[in-house]
Design a protein around this ligand. Structure first.
Ligand code: HEC
Length: 147
């Protein structure tokens, strides 16, 4: 199937539009709680898996759509950790948002290497935050005591 380059750029630009809008600090979705945090992370994990496949296949419009879903989740995380007064976690979320921006720009440019770099930066943020603020809880995980 042929993909229109112009359409690609338009649709990826939608992701950047959300970025600018979300940049105003507006929280559109429901606020996160300790109960909803884990399920939200599960969705984020699936979306990041999608992002990886879309980059490999150069599916730029789909990449834009996945980023459109990831930006608001990161804004929700930012609000959650801000409300807990956990500056370290807020900073890590900020690094994640920066990596999402890198991915968005690489998607607009339709360039694989910078997109891969953005994805690696994003995954590094996941790992850093899990190490600092997550702990095992039976079969699953929970927010680390004191985080
Ligand atoms: C700011 C901190 C932070 C960032 C950034 C972060 N996580 Fe998490 N994550 C957590 C915490 C805390 C938990 C444990 C909460 C829970 O599971 O109830 C968690 C749990 C998870 C879980 C397990 C969910 C479950 O079933 O309990 C997955 C999967 C996950 N994160 C994926 C990701 C991915 C993928 C990224 C990066 C794109 C990411 N996380 C970024 C803090 C973070």
């Amino acid at each position: 199937m042929r993909r229109s380059g112009v359409l690609c750029v338009q649709r990826v630009a939608v992701a950047l539009g959300v970025l600018l809008f979300a940049g105003t600090g507006t929280v559109l979705a429901q606020d996160l709680t300790e109960e909803s945090y884990g399920p939200m992370m599960g969705e984020v994990r699936l979306l990041v898996g999608d992002v990886s496949q879309y980059i490999d296949n150069r599916y730029w419009p789909e990449l834009g759509e996945a980023l459109d879903k990831l930006f608001p989740e990161f804004r929700r995380m930012e609000a959650f950790w801000t409300a807990r007064g956990n500056d370290g976690a807020v900073e890590l979320v900020g690094n994640g948002i920066a990596a999402l921006r890198e991915l968005g720009q690489a998607g607009v440019a339709m360039e694989v290497p910078p997109a891969q770099a953005g994805l690696a930066n994003l995954r590094a943020v996941c790992g850093s935050c899990h190490e600092a603020h997550r702990e095992a809880d039976g079969d699953g995980f929970k927010i680390k005591g004191g985080s």
